[in-house]
Write a protein that binds this ligand. Structure first.
Ligand code: TYD
Length: 239
């Protein structure tokens, strides 16, 4: 809890406690092309001279990557939904303390491949734990460290699963615990993301992923550049 209170609430004036960096997260069901889009976005931001830290969840730290292995391996077998949620937030707590908060304090742009919206969509909606349960973890672990911008890549689950399975076949990887869930699960997760976007339309932007890679990237860049321009106007430090 101590950690959380070192961050000023959003909307407070620039002061010594203000989080100077920018926190951008990318979300979507598996198979939406998120990794490719993140790679291209980060390359673009760095080319324009910005300090960018790119990371992912679950993972991003040594401990987090070990937790990730448990969460994703098919060999883990059945995990109680609450155990799955708690492990996601355990990895997140480590990630926040070791990686995300220090980078934001240094004024960097943090781009994370998934963050807490994934828990709302996958565990809250997909596993049917409900928003309140996830919110309770979120309040304790994330506190005021919330994304400034979240981009949800949206694709119908049939198409997305096909893509994810095609990738697994190409890379010789096996389907993990999540990809083995099937269509109904992914329909709930997608509905969850869209519901989150409706609840927080200023922060969460939905981009259709059933377009050519370059078009998706252009939309993402335009959204990110708008945010960065508005931050610069407000006189924030960091870029
Ligand atoms: P991801 O890294 O996107 O998978 P990959 O790149 O291997 O396709 O995400 C790992 C999985 O973890 C994904 O199926 C979504 C799931 N997940 C949750 O269920 N809850 C969470 O809070 C997070 C961060 C991820």
């Amino acid at each position: 809890m101590q950690q959380i209170h070192t961050y000023a609430k959003k909307g407070t004036r620039n002061g010594p406690l203000m989080k100077p960096g920018v926190f951008i997260t990318l979300e979507g069901i598996d198979g939406t092309g998120k990794s490719t889009q993140i790679r291209q976005l980060v390359r673009h931001l760095r080319k324009s001279g910005r300090q960018v830290l790119v990371t992912r969840e679950p993972g991003g730290t040594r401990v987090g990557e070990r937790i990730r292995a448990i969460l994703l391996a098919a060999s883990t077998g059945r995990l109680a939904a609450l155990a799955e949620l708690a492990l996601m937030y355990a990895a997140r707590a480590q990630h926040l303390e070791e990686v995300v908060r220090p980078a934001l304090q240094r004024g960097e742009i943090v781009v994370s491949d998934r963050y807490n919206d994934a828990s709302f969509a996958y565990q809250g909606f997909g596993r049917k734990l409900g928003l309140r349960t996830v919110q309770a973890f979120d309040r304790i672990i994330c506190g005021d460290t919330q994304a400034d911008l979240t981009i949800v890549l949206d694709l119908n689950p049939g198409q997305a699963l096909e893509r994810a399975q095609g990738r697994d076949a190409r890379q010789g990887t096996s389907r993990g615990r999540f990809e083995a869930q099937g269509l109904q699960f992914y329909r709930r997760v997608r509905a969850g993301y869209l519901a989150l976007a409706r609840r927080a339309p200023l922060r969460v932007k939905v981009v259709r992923a059933d377009q050519p890679v370059a078009s998706v990237q252009n939309e993402i860049r335009a959204i990110v550049e708008r945010l960065l321009a508005s931050r610069t106007k407000k006189g924030k430090r960091g870029f």
